[in-house]
Ligand binder design. Structure first.
Ligand code: NAP
Length: 270
């Protein structure tokens, strides 16, 4: 295959410089011997970025902050989950037209779908993009979902959208949840030492879902493991959404082991 035939992919957003998607997707292209390259495209200007990607014949891209919602108005076709969530993280370009997907939702549904959650009580902490994807997945899996959030009206809005319940943090402490999902930055960066909820609540849980992937082992996961709680990690989520994006990009099964190895190696470097 010539350089001319090389398929181009990227992640767009701002800030995006530290994205792990290029490492993950390029390792997969290498393993599957696909003539493609995945780049980082840092931009605050969505309209011109899309124009450029179409002109340069990009085949697809991932989308991160701040474009996950704004890009929807440029869609030619949206998947059902994009329609339900009002957010996207993966796009294909076919004949200069945009086809949008949400692989965060696929990741949450696949990871949580491994457990029997029908009628089990689940607490989702957060009301942003990740929380939306997790709530929709849990709702579809038949869990009894409760949402809490620092800014409570946002929890209410999310709960209304998916017909689930809200609960104040102080009230949640008195309850027992089979599953607790963290969809906030409580546990990363300057909040590295923080837990998204009390230890007492984690003690009562059977399963936790962490969205944060850096650090790999957050305080939330450490506390859950100390209590013999089963854990779905942020790395699991990052990888699952990446596998699905790769499959959309290439129509081929993702080389999962290779992608996990590449991500783990990259994280160890930091
Ligand atoms: P987002 O849309 O900006 O939402 C952030 C959420 O966190 C909001 O509910 C916000 O509450 C809450 N929050 C922010 N700072 C807080 C603080 N200091 N204390 C308590 N709550 C706080 O972000 P997102 O895209 O959903 O991402 C949320 C987390 O998931 C991030 O850690 C991100 O890295 C992770 N994530 C991981 C993956 C993966 O593949 N593993 C994918 C997507 C996201 P307010 O409404 O009060 O602001």
């Amino acid at each position: 295959m010539t350089e001319k035939e090389k398929k181009l992919f990227c992640i767009i957003g701002y800030p995006v410089a530290h994205s792990l998607s290029p490492v993950m997707q390029n390792s997969a292209f290498g393993k599957k011997k696909i003539n493609a390259q995945y780049y980082i495209f840092s931009s605050k200007d969505l309209k011109n970025t899309l124009k450029f990607l179409k002109q340069m014949n990009f085949s697809g891209f991932n989308i991160t902050m701040p474009f996950k919602q704004d890009i929807i108005k440029y869609a030619y076709k949206k998947s059902i989950e994009v329609k339900k969530l009002g957010a996207t993280n993966t796009a294909l370009i076919k004949n200069k037209k945009l086809f949008l997907y949400n692989t965060d939702y696929y990741a949450a549904k696949k990871l949580l779908g491994k457990y029997k959650l029908k009628n089990k009580k689940a607490l989702v902490i957060g009301a942003g993009g990740a929380a939306n994807a997790i709530v929709l997945a849990l709702k579809e899996l038949g869990a009894k979902v409760f949402v809490t959030n620092r800014t409570f009206p946002k929890a209410k809005k999310l709960a209304k959208k998916f017909k689930v319940k809200t609960i104040k943090k102080s009230e949640a402490e008195k309850e027992e949840f089979y599953l607790i999902a963290n969809a906030t930055p409580m546990g990363m960066g300057p909040l590295k030492e923080k837990l998204p909820c009390t230890r007492k609540l984690i003690e009562k849980a059977h399963l936790v879902y962490e969205s944060i992937y850096n650090p790999v082992e957050t305080e939330f996961l450490k506390e859950a493991r100390r209590n013999n709680c089963r854990c779905i990690t942020g790395i699991d989520m990052l990888l699952e959404q990446g596998y699905k994006a790769f499959e959309l990009f290439t129509d081929k099964k993702a080389p999962e082991k290779e992608m996990r190895k590449a991500i783990e190696k990259e994280i160890k470097k930091n």
